[in-house]
Design a protein around this ligand. Structure first.
Ligand code: DCP
Length: 224
């Protein structure tokens, strides 16, 4: 006879937390902080896949010619984010860098509003998004919003010097900031798939650990 109690326990989906914030807001640093906990599964964003899809650097192509490659890039982002959402782990807590939601609500929306993503292309992404979020149900329990100012993340981005991001302007970071703010802070655009906690992610690396620790119980003590 199988132990049904034990089966139920392992079948249970993990308490899932998505880490959101502007480009350069410190999502990776935040995730790295939680790697030391045995009960936490940490899923970094698959940027390496975006840079190498069967040998094609979709991230680079997207920045070089957004009108030509924006749809291709965001379609692939949507697939890779779905893979992260569906990733099964025996750990009771799962932390994900970004989500299918920020891809749709911040980046795709921005391209569409700017007229870079034509309406037919936006519709295709949107139809996929609606199907995925209703049928595949990527469940989220908590959103951690790493809130920053565009000027701070701009400096960080320049410092890390990612080749593809050489074309990213302060203005673009301001606009992506506004998308995050409207979605997660003012809550005037789209719905939040889970409650949001807001961290001051402008803080320097030397002191940000204290900010992380302040909010740790929200993540570690809530095991679904
Ligand atoms: N990106 C995009 N569209 C998406 C997701 C990301 O255009 N749907 C781009 C923006 C960045 C790169 O991909 O150029 C990676 O951005 P993220 O903000 O997701 O990751 P970072 O590496 O900037 O995170 P952090 O610095 O906060 O750790």
């Amino acid at each position: 006879m199988p132990n049904t109690k034990a089966l139920k326990k392992t079948d249970k989906r993990p308490f899932t937390v998505i880490i959101e914030g502007n480009i350069g807001s410190g999502k990776t640093t935040f995730l790295n902080h939680f790697k030391k906990y045995d009960n936490v599964c940490v899923l970094a964003e698959p940027v390496h896949m975006w840079r190498n899809c069967a040998g094609h650097n979709l991230l680079g192509l997207m920045y070089e010619d957004t009108s030509r490659w924006g749809f291709t890039f965001q379609s692939y982002v949507q697939l890779t984010m779905l893979q992260q959402h569906m990733f099964k782990t025996p750990h009771p807590i799962k932390l994900m860098e970004r989500s299918i939601f920020s891809a749709r609500y911040c980046f795709v929306e921005k391209m569409f509003c700017d007229g870079i993503l034509p309406a037919p292309s936006a519709s295709v992404i949107n139809e996929w998004f609606k199907w995925i979020t209703t049928k595949a149900c990527p469940s989220v329990d908590l959103i951690v919003y790493l809130r920053t100012s565009p000027e701070v993340v701009y400096q960080r981005m320049l410092k890390r010097n990612r080749e593809e991001e050489k074309l990213v302007s302060l203005q673009y970071l301001r606009e992506i900031h506004e998308m995050h703010e409207n979605w997660l802070y003012h809550k005037t655009m789209f719905t939040c798939p889970a409650p949001v906690i807001v961290l001051n992610a402008d803080l320097d690396k030397s002191v940000i650990k204290e900010e992380y620790e302040k909010y740790e119980p929200h993540i570690l003590n809530k095991i679904a």
